[in-house]
Design a protein around this ligand. Sequence first.
Ligand SMILES: NC(=O)c1ccc[n+]([C@@H]2O[C@H](COP(=O)([O-])OP(=O)(O)OC[C@H]3O[C@@H](n4cnc5c(N)ncnc54)[C@H](OP(=O)(O)O)[C@@H]3O)[C@@H](O)[C@H]2O)c1
Length: 315
Amino acid sequence: MAKQWRAPGPGPVEDWTFDDVEVPAPGPGEVTIRVRAAGINPADAKHVAAPRPGATFPVPIGYELSGEITAVGPDARGGSGQVAVGDEVVAFRVQGAYATALNVPAGDVFAKPATLSHEEAANLLLAGTTAAEMIQVTRAAEGETVLLHAASGAVGVSLLQQARTLGIRVIGTVGPDSEESAERVRRFGGIPVAYGDGLEERVAEAAAGEPISAAWDAVGTDEAIDVSLALVSEADRVVTIVAPQRAESDGILWIAGSRPESARFRDIARAHILELAASGALVVPLARTFPLADAREAVRFVMQGHPGGKVALVP
Ligand SMILES: NC(=O)c1ccc[n+]([C@@H]2O[C@H](COP(=O)([O-])OP(=O)(O)OC[C@H]3O[C@@H](n4cnc5c(N)ncnc54)[C@H](OP(=O)(O)O)[C@@H]3O)[C@@H](O)[C@H]2O)c1
């Protein structure tokens, strides 16, 4: 018997239940994983907060994890090749990572980069593949300057590191009173500017005469979108991952893992993100870990909007 967090119906994290679940022998193409850490993303709570077309409840919570293979089903082939009992792996995108053990499709299971702890590895791929898609859809290229909103967050920090490997200069917004956020942005090669009144002028000043070629929005405020549109001459080089309504009204791009074209891109991008991590070019700063049993508290900590790094659940 395993334990797993599930949303019994649409609603807040307070409604989630920590259930006993059977984990049968893995079926064809599946493996069983003993979870060592589950990654937490804002989507975990957002996707079950309200009724969604196609969602059938109960919904097992959590899209990514790190752990060990404990059983291999018939014809199971991993995303990075053969899989065997005892392998240390990450899995993304799966359903129900907030668990002690579960069965997942082997194609979504990859060798864990030795450079990362389980807690870090469990938080690598959702933010990493989202960031990779933001870079790709805005056609950001070496030598350009890009504006990044919410630069100190999980997606932001992955963007900063991936941009650095590509030779892209990033001006990243941070909380006006948060020296910690500014320091994190500097550590990963970005130029921090405080969000809030006067943002456009501060970004222009930080750009020091260089044009802002593109913008990556990971917060979705009107301020972020308005300043992006004021500074970037082509609307289709501004992407948001939070404000689809502004994409609709202003002709900017919106991407989301639930969209088939994004899901396809991100599936392919997993291997590249894992390689970057294995080479040491991509790390995952952790804010905290919580016991798996305290998932509700951990998710509330992330959802207050300033977690200061990734958060992992540890069974
Ligand atoms: N569409 C997609 O595919 C997709 C994928 C991943 C994430 N997301 C969404 O993207 C957002 C960010 O995710 P995450 O995992 O990076 O979150 P996170 O790690 O919790 O980071 C949130 C960041 O937002 C910043 N922030 C808070 N208020 C702000 C404001 N008014 N203006 C600018 N920045 C502000 C915070 O910076 P300070 O602490 O410095 O204030 C913090 O660094 C979430 O809404 C998430 O649901 C969407």
